[in-house]
Design a protein around this ligand. Structure first.
Ligand code: ADP
Ligand code: MG
Length: 263
């Protein structure tokens, strides 16, 4: 069984039909306070199966906190987050099971420096899914193949570029066969010439049908590749819509101001 086999193929033009399908992730009226500081204020966002949704906004607007609430790295103060049929905010939810189904990739790749690319991926499979050595190796190789790094399986992180290290981290997430992946500024730590390979990997994941919610400042990529863009500022969703709306002349003034500054 290959790690890629869980990814349904994506028919061209499927995005329009996807809109009528039940969302995989459904965020409703989610608020989050740190003490008296309310950093998320009644957030509503849906992500449908197969969608690539971009979350953009200035620093401090609550983007990371929202992603972290989705896999319970932070506890939302109120509201509802339904993911794949269960309530994420249910205190009785099995948080480890949740995190197996909703993967997360961070700005810092957090690979073990003393382990090869392959071992970084197989370790997750053995520890998280309890896979045997031989099985975890087969799945990990397929995942490295998906990110175009099968030929670097025996390289150590220090022998890889930052972009390659981030793709190993993505392979580690993909190998666990999540239903959805969250990305928090996956290219922000990379030199500009290395950003493209990570974006290309995300694009091919989208084409393979992976559902993704991505915090990023890569506006050109958002414009070209996103199904929908959510603009947050000051803990609220100011506007959300297809890229043509968010990057177009009829976007709301605050959206336009932010987008033109980033470009
Ligand atoms: P973004 O990712 O959009 O830059 P964050 O979600 O990281 O924004 O932060 C939103 C706000 O919440 C900021 O004002 C930040 O200082 C605050 N914040 C984030 N994490 C914590 C925390 N653990 N304790 C207190 N305040 C926090
Ligand atoms: Mg952040």
């Amino acid at each position: 069984q290959s790690a890629a086999s869980f990814l349904p193929s994506r028919a061209p033009g499927a995005a329009a039909e996807i809109q009528s399908v039940e969302p995989l992730l459904r965020i409703r009226d989610v608020s989050k306070k740190f003490g008296s500081l309310e950093v998320l204020k009644s957030i509503n966002v849906d992500v449908s199966p197969g969608e690539l949704v971009f979350l953009i906004g200035p620093s401090g607007s609550g983007k990371s906190t929202l992603l972290r609430c989705c896999n319970r790295l932070e506890e939302a103060t109120s509201g509802s987050i339904r993911f794949d049929g269960s309530e994420v905010l249910d205190p009785k939810l099995d948080v480890n099971a949740l995190r197996r189904r909703i993967g997360m990739v961070f700005q810092s790749f957090n690979l073990y420096p003393h382990m090869t690319a392959l071992s970084n991926v197989t370790l997750a499979l053995r520890k998280v899914l309890g896979k045997s050595g031989p099985e975890s190796k087969t799945i990990a190789m397929a995942a490295l193949e998906r990110v175009g790094l099968a030929h670097k399986a025996s390289a150590y992180p220090a022998e890889l570029s930052g972009g390659q290290q981030q793709r190993v981290a993505i392979a580690r997430g993909l190998a666990l066969e999540p239903k959805m992946m969250l990305f928090d500024e996956p290219t922000s730590a990379l030199d500009p010439e290395l950003v493209g390979s990570v974006l290309a990997t995300m694009r091919s994941m989208r084409e393979a049908g992976m559902t993704m919610l991505v915090v990023s400042h890569e506006m050109r990529f958002a414009r070209e590749a996103a199904d929908r863009v959510v603009f947050m500022e000051g803990g609220v969703v100011v506007e959300q819509g297809p890229p043509a709306q968010i990057f177009g002349p009829d976007a709301q003034p605050r959206t336009r101001a932010f987008v033109s500054n980033e470009d």
